[in-house]
Design a protein around this ligand. Structure first.
Ligand SMILES: [Zn+2]
Length: 79
């Protein structure tokens, strides 16, 4: 898990990521690996992000989790 800053407003998102390996069948067939949780926050003018993992971050409101899960379901995963 990435080192997330404390005291900043962090938003969490569930996302698929492509690993970039040309031989990776997972990325070839679908949207990539995941979904995994990522954290986003601002440091000055910069938008930073950090990998969280497969399990949802601690302390995230249920409404945020539900919204993230609903959004990631819109990504088409071939059967
Ligand atoms: Zn891959």
């Amino acid at each position: 898990m990435a080192n997330l800053p404390s005291g900043l407003h962090i938003t969490y998102q569930l996302q698929y990521r492509k690993c970039g390996k040309p031989s990776c069948g997972t990325c070839k067939r679908g949207p990539g690996h995941g979904p995994y949780w990522y954290a986003y926050w601002r440091e000055g003018a910069k938008l930073r992000s950090g990998y969280v993992g497969k399990t949802q971050p601690v302390g995230v409101p249920a409404a945020v989790v539900a919204r993230a899960e609903a959004k990631v379901k819109l990504v088409r995963v071939p059967a």
